[in-house]
Design a protein around this ligand. Structure first.
Ligand code: ADP
Ligand code: MG
Length: 362
């Protein structure tokens, strides 16, 4: 109606002024950090402020006038959609924390308020993804800590038992002819007990938490030394090495790096076919050093990616312990760093470890 007015008239000026004021008022919503959207009774986007469009990860011009199901295929199966429909039907408001899954598989946490209005429903959204992820980190750390304590108690008990076995076997071997069948059997027992001890050491290493005394070391040189061992683990795959953090120091321990890289390369090996490609790279970014371990293997779907750092999570049945990435996570955290994983089915995997840069000790 406003656009059909003849320009120049007094009434028209008034209308124009009113329209301008209205525009300015609506523009205020674009300064909000909270997303505000109005969906009509046919579930079409009628209004979105800038934050709402950014929460939906699409420009608002694309969304306006279109149905939710058209813009986000599959949204009809989500909890949010069901709540919006219920709100439209019953008029009852609703509030929830929701993990929204986008059509491309990405997931993000929002705090949502849904409220009925004459035109349809208003949805107010607050991005709480960072907070949720932090809470998840704390939960994970607590779980690891509890598990660490348990593992360490068990490891100590078993360590004592294995020591007793090893001592007993040595005493018995001493009194037996060296090339007899009894000595041969006892040597097998000793080998098994020694393997057990070495597994326990891994468990203890995983269990070890808290502060560790670490000195600055030059990352690239330390990694360079690990390469022959990593090539062994990468057996049958091509291991490309591109160390590009020359001179950069991190506060770490060579055995930590050994455990971290061994686990990552072993996983990359398991995920790739013979002839596949694994890459180890380093580079300096702002105030930190990144270690990238990449492979062109099977990759992970969203469900696997969400659980990989959990102790005992494995998709390898009896062949996996599920402690590899939990150990990596624990060790990297002890170094004051961070681990991130980018992966998709059929697109390989990239693990990025970020460690703070430190000055070399003079
Ligand atoms: P494990 O190797 O014993 O299964 P991890 O903690 O090392 O335990 O890994 C947990 C799971 O994460 C694996 O079972 C696998 O499903 C997945 N995973 C880890 N690394 C990769 C990778 N590079 N590519 C694909 N999947 C991986
Ligand atoms: Mg593993």
């Amino acid at each position: 109606m406003l656009t059909s007015c003849v320009p120049g008239g007094g009434v028209d000026d008034e209308l124009r002024e009113e329209l301008e004021m209205l525009r300015q008022r609506i523009a205020v919503f674009d300064h909000m950090r909270e997303g505000l959207q109005v969906v009509d009774r046919k579930l079409r986007y009628k209004y979105l402020n800038l934050a709402a469009a950014s929460h939906g990860m699409r420009p608002r011009e694309e969304l306006l006038g279109h149905a939710m199901v058209e813009m986000y295929p599959g949204i009809e199966n989500t909890e949010v959609f069901q709540h919006i429909v219920t709100c439209l039907e019953t008029g009852a408001p609703n509030a929830m924390e929701n993990l929204f899954e986008f059509p491309d598989g990405q997931k993000k946490w929002f705090d949502l308020r849904i409220q009925a209005v004459p035109a349809g429903v208003i949805v107010l959204s607050v991005d709480i993804d960072d907070r949720k992820r932090l809470e998840e980190e704390v939960r994970r750390a607590k779980k690891l800590e509890a598990l660490g304590r348990l593992a360490s108690e068990i490891a100590h008990d078993f360590g004592n038992i294995l020591s007793a076995i090893l001592v007993g076997v040595d005493v018995a071997l001493f009194s037996l002819p060296e090339d007899g069948p009894e000595a041969e059997s006892l040597r097998m027992v000793r080998d098994a007990a020694e393997r057990g001890t070495s597994s326990l050491e891994h468990l203890l290493e995983f269990a070890r938490g808290g502060a560790v005394d670490l000195a600055p070391l030059e990352l690239d040189t330390s990694l360079e030394r690990l390469v022959p061992m990593l090539r062994g683990l990468a057996e049958g795959r091509f291991l490309g090495v591109g160390l590009d953090a020359c001179g950069a120091h991190v506060r770490a321990d060579a055995t930590f790096l050994d455990r971290i890289l061994s686990n990552l390369v072993a996983n990359a090996h398991d995920a790739t076919e013979p002839g596949g490609r694994i890459t180890l790279e380093t580079r300096v970014v702002l105030g930190a050093v990144e270690i990238h371990v990449t492979d062109d293997g099977c990759g992970m779907d969203v469900d696997v990616r969400e659980h990989v750092f959990e102790p005992f999570f494995t998709t390898k049945g009896d062949h996996g312990t599920g402690l590899g990435l939990a150990t990596v996570y624990g060790l990297v955290k002890q170094l004051g760093g961070n681990v991130e994983i980018g992966s998709a089915p059929g697109e390989g995997t990239r693990v990025v470890i970020t460690l703070p840069l430190v000055e070399p000790e003079g």
